[in-house]
Design a binder for this molecule. Structure first.
Ligand SMILES: O=P(O)(O)OC[C@H]1O[C@H](O[C@H]2O[C@H](CO)[C@@H](O)[C@H](O)[C@H]2O)[C@H](O)[C@@H](O)[C@@H]1O
Length: 702
């Protein structure tokens, strides 16, 4: 099955809004306390997390539907510009606050912009990993307050009203509609459905009554007036056509009635119909269901003493929010008069036991998913979504549509050569994992072959018997082994660890997830289509995977196509043992159970099993796939898999939301760091004959 692991924080943003290869040079404004810092290279050892908001001013947060901004787009350049709209009360009300107040506006832009975000479904909710924060979206249907409805239902006035209604419509099927008077509630369509039913089924004339309660309109206007007039005229037409002096098929209650009376109608009606063409949640069906459950008084008055007689029937428009939660309801397309008429007929035709089954099902749901349940769930979800946020430090960057808040973990800091070198010097079993593209060679380089300098640094590192050095790359094994042919002792994890080789002499070990590649026959033709339609893009076929590259295509178009391609591939490969991932200007399909994180884990487990647990662990990378390595290392440390905790340098290339604790600004800094430590490595370490080195042990492994 296709699965996406977005525990990786770098999966959290669309590539176009956060170019991983262009890390922020500096992050200009620190917006949340504990302490105001103008540069993220803070020394966390001195950070006092107990300090409250550093600013002494009072912050007022004004939440409105739309931000009080003038938004204009230059159609020629596509650039947006924004200015405060001083004519808006939201801006003017600032005059009422003390001068030193900080006023923060929260709202949406009153303009159409692309937001176009990467998201991931996570057990019942959608998580959008966004610049270090998780924005959770969940459909959490609100419920009703069952207790309050029950208490109104118990009122003597309600009970006598129920009796009165049941008496009045004895022998007839009572259909109930309760709607606000607005143009979306589909009241006329409902009436037209009834008219059609009576037209084509004469035997039902005289047997059915539709009581339509119309709550006063919440807004006025020509549209609303027309909707009222239309409903009244259709009702009159039906009553004239199919009614008599004693029988009116439609009863319109278009004047305010007390809530106990409405509740009595719910309790006394055989069926409730909500026919809105567009709506929010609409809790009428829930209220109706609770009221149909009734109480002992109502049972007594009906001459039944067992709750086994409680029944209800619902007809609900498919465009109403509560519709998916009511599996026993007849769902209708409110625009289809025939559909509505059919549902009315089916509702009338149900047997008593079917009515009861449907009622019991709905009642159980409504009772257990009440408004208190909703509030509890909401609050739990909110806690879960925010649990890590409080410890993050937030920075602002950019203006207008490029404005971003970036949440970084509190310990995230620049890796200094001094710190790195001092640990390097004093340690004896060093395990070093290095990504290749974007780490040892800049993404922007046309020539991707490692420079002589890189080869020399790697050779020096590998020649130190205290070191075990691995290149962990998405690239194929042939390319990597050719490029690093001169580094005999270098370990290589190619194709994200699908192939691992401990040194040049060693055999390639293939991931246990090695599978047949039948899925390529599905994925490749799809990639071909994207290749054809995206000028400059290309397909790379690796032994374990397929990659669609768009580095040489138009960046914006390539990025849009990449998003499309990811969802297309995920759909068609849903039952295949692969994952679809985005990387730097690539979309890659690779086997499940293969990741740089797993590769790193394998190496760590192997050295520990050989009683050579490292005392120094370095892992450096720039891309999403490298976050898997950082995650593996963090987990290994937190699970205490090391007999003695090593010095850990998980380092991201670029200042960005990352699971690494350290960052460096770019490839040149990586080179500087590594060069720095090779300089302190003795060229020829004097090892006595009896001394067994870290390397010796590793050579035994390979
Ligand atoms: O894990 P890495 O060492 O960072 O390698 C990841 C991918 O590297 C290669 O793609 C990169 O270079 C391409 C040009 O040679 C460029 O078009 C692309 O945008 C880069 O991501 C390699 O081709 C991929 O298979 C690796 O997954």
């Amino acid at each position: 099955m296709v699965s996406k692991s977005y525990t990786n924080l770098l999966d959290m943003s669309g590539e176009d809004v956060f170019d991983f290869q262009q890390p922020f040079r500096s992050l200009p404004r620190f917006v949340t306390s504990p302490s105001i810092t103008s540069n993220p290279d803070w020394d966390t050892s001195n950070a006092d997390d107990s300090v409250g908001p550093a600013s002494c001013c009072v912050r007022k947060i004004i939440v409105s539907n739309f931000l009080p901004l003038n938004c204009t787009k230059d159609e020629a350049t596509g650039q947006w510009s924004f200015s405060m709209d001083d004519n808006q009360l939201l801006v003017q009300l600032k005059d009422g606050f003390p001068m030193e107040s900080e006023v923060v506006y929260v709202g949406s832009l009153n303009a159409e912009v692309d937001p176009g975000l990467n998201y991931e479904s996570k057990r019942g909710h959608i998580g959008i990993e966004y610049f270090g924060r998780t924005v959770s979206l969940k459909i959490l249907a609100v419920g009703v307050h069952v207790g309050r409805l029950e208490s109104v239902l118990r009122l003597p006035a309600t009970i006598s009203k129920v009796q009165e209604i049941e008496q009045r419509y004895k022998g007839k099927m009572v259909m109930l509609g309760v709607d606000d008077m607005d143009i979306f509630k589909g009241i006329s369509l409902k009436l037209l459905g009834l008219e059609f039913l009576l037209e084509r089924t004469p035997k039902l004339r005289g047997k059915v009554v539709l009581v339509q309660i119309i709550n006063p309109a919440r807004s006025t206007g020509k549209d609303v007036e027309e909707a009222i007039n239309e409903a009244v005229s259709v009702a009159e037409r039906i009553n004239i056509k199919y009614g008599s002096a004693e029988y009116k098929p439609v009863i319109l209650i278009d004047y305010p009635i007390p809530s106990y009376e409405k509740i009595a109608y719910y309790a006394a009606s055989d069926c409730c119909i909500v026919n809105a063409v567009r709506d929010g949640m609409n809790l009428i069906p829930y209220e109706y269901t609770v009221c149909r459950q009734g109480n002992e008084e109502i049972d007594k008055l009906r001459g039944v003493d067992k709750s086994s007689h409680h029944t209800s029937t619902l007809i609900v428009s498919e465009f109403v929010g509560c519709s998916p939660s009511l599996s026993g309801a007849f769902r209708v397309n409110p625009w289809s008069i025939e559909d509505v008429a059919d549902a009315l007929y089916k509702a009338m035709d149900l047997t008593q036991s079917e009515r009861k089954l449907r009622h019991d099902k709905h009642y159980r749901y409504v009772k257990t998913h009440d408004v208190a349940y909703w509030a509890r769930s909401f609050s739990q979800d909110l806690d879960r979504a925010c649990k890590d946020h409080y410890s993050r430090r937030c920075w602002t960057t950019g203006f207008g549509l490029n404005f971003r808040v970036i949440a970084l973990s509190p310990g995230f800091r620049r890796l200094s050569l001094e710190h790195f070198a001092s640990s390097y010097k004093k340690t004896n079993r060093r395990l070093i994992f290095m990504d290749y593209d974007g780490t040892l060679v800049p993404q922007s380089s046309v020539n991707k072959v490692p420079s002589a300098e890189v080869i020399s640094i790697l050779t020096s590192l590998c020649n130190d018997p205290k070191n075990c050095v691995f290149i962990v790359s998405g690239r194929d094994r042939t390319t990597l082994s050719e490029w690093f042919a001169s580094c005999d002792k270098l370990g290589i994890a190619a194709e994200h660890g699908y192939f691992i080789r401990w040194n040049k002499e060693g055999e390639w070990e293939t991931s246990s997830s090695a599978q047949d590649c039948e899925w390529k026959n599905i994925a490749e033709p799809i990639m071909e289509v994207y290749k054809e339609t995206t000028d400059g893009s290309a397909i790379e076929t690796k032994e374990s995977g397929l990659v669609w590259h768009y580095q040489d295509a138009d960046h914006d178009f390539g990025s849009c196509q990449a998003k499309e391609l990811v969802s297309h591939l995920e759909r068609v490969l849903a039952n295949e043992p692969v994952v679809v991932k985005r990387g730097h200007q690539i979309v890659e399909v690779k086997p499940q159970g293969v990741s740089k994180g797993i590769a790193v884990d394998t190496v760590i487990r192997t050295v520990i099993n050989n009683e050579n647990a490292p005392d120094f662990l370095m892992c450096i990378g720039n891309d999403r796939s490298d976050e898997d390595m950082f995650e593996s290392i963090n987990e290994a440390v937190s699970r205490s898999v090391f007999p003695t905790a090593p010095d850990v340098f998980a380092c991201s290339v670029g200042q960005k939301a990352s699971k690494a604790k350290y960052y460096v600004d770019g490839c040149s800094e990586v080179i500087r760091l590594l060069k720095g430590v090779t300089a302190i490595t003795p060229r020829r370490e004097v090892i006595s004959q009896s001394q067994v080195t870290f390397r010796d042990i590793l050579e035994v492994v390979s």
